[in-house]
Design a protein around this ligand. Structure first.
Ligand SMILES: [Zn+2]
Length: 602
């Protein structure tokens, strides 16, 4: 669920640079800033397309050679990004029109990784980054001559209820990451050097500076949002633990209040929907939760039909259909003959309308939702295509992740009935089952979404040293998720590396932001659509009024602070996690009842 657009961050080209540092040795003028930005915009349009094509080929054909090409490409784009950031910083003291100031600030702060200016180190950093991502993409768990890919292993994690098999699978995937540890540590050092050249304390501080507020204010903002949803998460964790204990027994679960990480139906325990049947409310109050996987199978959906259905939701809001090239150039299913990065992603290769997704689609509910997620990126990308190339990105990265998930919240029974997957929507007298399913996906995710970058911020700041990578990782997983390692924690392992976004160096806070924002967007768009019923039964499908609001926000791209963009949809400049609480209110009441005699907390 990554969006391949941050290439800008990883990249900058020297060849197109008309502006050497000497040029601005004296007092840079407004005119020079203008000329600089024009050059940047012109160069970026060209270089980003070239770079995106290389990245696409690398991800679709993982070979020694494409890894090499990918590394060269990263190296070039990294150098260009850093060069632009350094150049932009030279105008820090010049009084400039607002728009120019914003563009320069974005050039300075939007790098994911800042390469060191030293050519050799830049090349080393690019090489390591490529290798780490490829180690993940080609990672397999082999026993004798039987090898399992991540897809195979995830299948087991999803379905198996055999504790021993789950443990073996969980441990098996984590055999791919110990060899990443030394490389990862070198990457951290080099990336920090680059961030410091740009005036940031470290890479983590650089990441936190991209949100139209200071790095410290941003950290506080995250904390504030999390405090709002924490009681809901804790109630869910308590109930799920009690139910898993009934199934797996005290011996497996232990008595520290935490849940072993291999029992939650997901390789990283980040989404718990697959243990629904173990934790669901009793029949009398369950209502009729919808099994989309079954409906898709019954209606004989294939991957393409799933994507077409996703597209139709967006067009029902008034957004234009995807271009023909999307269907010709995307990757929808896992190829049999080659290695690809299966992790779902959305692409915009020319930053206009060469939109694509790359997924190994399975015909199930999870991928049906993921398709909406990825298409959210694509429709956003095309909506802001007329902005300056510097603004062709989300209002912040959380917005980009939130759009498709907002739409997925509208996959209600009424919607499924409208598109013919369901005969008739059941009455909404008791939707506890439906809400439980949604909570297992999105509420369960919240502390996970937060802790990933808590770990990385500490790694980049040096608070967690290389000798304590795994220990630090599990301390955070314990603290936030109340989830624990099923095996003794040792530094011979490197469990963080077995998560895509860590090995691929993709920041993660965006997903936490998205999981708050999407509920806020949903609540406000439902208001615009005139919804009167419960929030979890609202679908904005086909509502042009809600569509118009959404479109207006999407078209802004990053041309204004994210608070401005939020205001368009939410009539407020504040992020507000109370929408999560509103959405799950009936479930929270029920969970509290269930938990009243349980010993909650960890
Ligand atoms: Zn995404």
């Amino acid at each position: 669920m990554v969006i391949m657009k941050n290439i800008r961050l990883k990249s900058l080209v020297l060849s197109g640079m008309l502006l050497s540092s000497q040029l601005y040795a004296k007092k840079p003028s407004v005119k020079e800033a203008e000329a600089f930005l024009q050059t940047v915009e012109k160069t970026l349009v060209k270089e980003m397309e070239y770079s995106a094509k290389i990245a696409w080929v690398q991800s679709n054909f993982i070979t020694q050679d494409t890894i090499w090409l990918g590394a060269k490409n990263n190296e070039k784009m990294s150098a260009l990004g850093v060069e632009y950031a350094l150049q932009a910083a030279k105008f820090d003291k010049v009084k400039l029109p607002k728009d120019m100031r914003r563009k320069l600030n974005l050039l300075k702060s939007s790098l994911t990784i800042a390469a060191p200016t030293d050519e050799k180190k830049n090349a080393q950093l690019a090489q390591i980054s490529s290798e780490l991502e490829a180690m993940y993409g080609t990672g397999k768990f082999c026993e004798k001559d039987q090898c399992k890919t991540l897809n195979d292993l995830e299948e087991i994690m999803t379905k198996s209820r055999d504790e021993k098999e789950l443990l073996k699978t969980w441990k098996g995937w984590r055999t791919i990451s110990p060899p990443m540890r030394a490389k990862y540590s070198t990457m951290v050092k080099l990336a920090n050097e680059g961030a410091r050249n740009l005036g940031f304390k470290d890479t983590g501080a650089m990441w936190r500076s991209q949100y139209d507020m200071t790095a410290d204010e941003f950290a506080q903002e995250l904390d504030k949002q999390y405090q709002q949803v924490k009681p809901l998460y804790e109630a869910l964790q308590c109930h799920v633990r009690a139910k898993l204990t009934e199934h797996y027994g005290k011996q497996v679960m232990g008595d520290d209040g935490m849940i072993p990480a291999h029992l939650l139906g997901n390789m990283w325990a980040q989404s718990w929907t697959n243990v629904y049947d173990l934790v669901k409310p009793p029949k009398a109050v369950e209502g009729s939760p919808i099994d989309v996987t079954k409906l898709l199978a019954k209606a004989k959906y294939d991957p393409i039909k799933m994507v077409k259905t996703g597209e139709a939701f967006f067009t029902s809001l008034g957004l234009p259909a995807l271009p023909e090239t999307f269907w010709q150039r995307s990757l929808f299913t896992k190829p049999k003959d080659r290695e690809v990065v299966c992790h779902a992603s959305a692409w915009d290769l020319d930053n206009i309308d060469d939109l694509r997704i790359k997924m190994c689609i399975k015909v199930d509910e999870e991928d049906f939702v993921t398709i909406h997620h990825e298409l959210g990126h694509n429709f956003y990308q095309r909506a802001y295509k007329d902005q300056s190339i510097i603004y062709r990105t989300g209002a912040n990265d959380g917005f980009h992740e939130a759009i498709g998930d907002t739409i997925a919240l509208s996959i209600t029974p009424e919607y499924l009935a409208k598109i013919g997957l369901l005969d008739k929507a059941p009455k909404s007298t008791s939707d506890l089952g439906m809400l439980m399913k949604m909570a297992l996906e999105r509420v369960a995710f919240l502390p996970f979404g937060l802790m990933i970058d808590q770990w990385r911020w500490k790694v980049y700041s040096g608070e967690i040293s290389q000798e304590e990578y795994n220990k630090g990782w599990w301390q955070l997983r314990n603290k936030y998720q109340g989830v624990k390692s099923p095996v003794a924690i040792t530094e011979a392992n490197f469990d963080p590396g077995a998560k895509y976004h860590i090995s691929a160096g993709v920041p993660y806070t965006r997903y936490f932001l998205a999981h708050i924002l999407e509920f806020q967007f949903h609540r406000e768009l439902c208001k615009a659509a005139g919804n009167k019923g419960p929030l979890h039964r609202c679908s904005i499908y086909g509502n042009k009024k809600a569509g118009a609001k959404l479109t207006k926000m999407l078209e802004m791209g990053a041309s204004a602070p994210w608070q401005d963009a939020l205001e368009v949809v939410a009539n407020s400049r504040q992020m507000d996690a109370s929408a999560v609480i509103d959405y799950f209110a009936p479930l929270k009441t029920w969970l509290d009842e269930q938990n009243k005699d349980r010993d909650c907390g960890w």
